[in-house]
Design a protein around this ligand. Structure first.
Ligand code: NAD
Length: 230
């Protein structure tokens, strides 16, 4: 296949790479020759993914809600592989299932911290690293809930709408500097996070993969291909 090695030599950071969509993205990049930094709050999960996807993948701990931790993640990628070409700011959480009028203040802050501030911190440190070697690509994981309303997930919906806006702002700012910034807005993809969110909403099983898909996660990898256009 002509493009089977299109990430050869590219250095790619994937946050939330220890599970679900991030794991599928990391695997796809590694299979296409990329040098992948699998970054996750759950270091054990990141290490498992890094060892399973092969190539030159490395694992690193990151809490995307902590700017110092995100800065250290970017430094790790640059010090380990010499540059940063692609960043997938994918780490995210669902948050509690309550309407606006009874949503906890703590829960609101947590979802905004991870799902919105985490994406800003990512770009804040990734962009200078990319500019240092002439540009790069940033993919921010928003959601279909970054485009439409949805009941009982106000923090998530607000954060994902903001990620779409933040990405548009950065795309305009850095287009002429060689950085392409895009957000992607997937609909429901069966992952551990979706299972947990469904349980919180009392909808366990609603988003299960159709019969015949062995472990319920079979669609992730093709989903990652669609999302990333690779
Ligand atoms: N699954 C879906 O249906 C769906 C749909 C649209 C968008 N998304 C978005 O895709 C992204 C990935 O979701 P998923 O379904 O693969 O979830 P997942 O729970 O399977 O994976 C998320 C990963 O992020 C990590 N993480 C959580 N908080 C973190 C933090 N503070 N710092 C670093 N890592 C952290 C977790 O440890 C986990 O490994 C999220 O941003 C989610 O909002 C998912």
């Amino acid at each position: 296949m002509a493009d089977s090695n299109r990430f050869d030599g590219k250095v790619i950071v994937v946050t939330g790479g220890g599970s679900g969509i991030g794991e599928a993205c990391a695997a796809l990049f590694a299979a296409r020759g990329g040098k992948v930094v699998v970054a996750d709050l759950n270091l054990e999960a990141a290490e498992r993914v890094a060892s399973e996807i092969g190539g030159e993948a490395r694992a690193v701990h990151v809490d995307v809600a902590d700017p110092a931790s995100v800065e250290a993640m970017v430094r790790f990628a640059v010090e380990t592989f010499g540059r940063l070409d692609v960043a997938v700011n994918n780490a995210g959480i669902g948050g509690e299932a309550n309407p606006v009028g009874s949503y906890s203040i703590e829960g609101w802050k947590q979802v905004i911290d991870v799902n919105l501030n985490g994406v800003f911190y990512g770009m804040r440190y990734e962009i200078p690293a990319m500019l240092a070697n002439g540009g790069g690509v940033i993919v921010n994981m928003a959601s279909i809930l970054g485009t439409v309303g949805f009941a009982n997930a106000p923090a998530y919906v607000a954060a994902k709408h903001a990620v779409v806006g933040l990405t548009k702002a950065a795309a305009i700012e850095y287009a002429t500097a060689g950085i392409r910034a895009v957000s992607v807005c997937p609909a429901f993809i069966v992952t551990p996070a979706l299972d947990q969110a469904s349980e919180r909403r009392g909808e366990a099983g609603h988003h299960r993969a159709p019969p015949g898909q062995a472990d319920g996660y079979a669609k992730r990898s093709s989903g990652a291909r669609l999302l990333l256009g690779v």
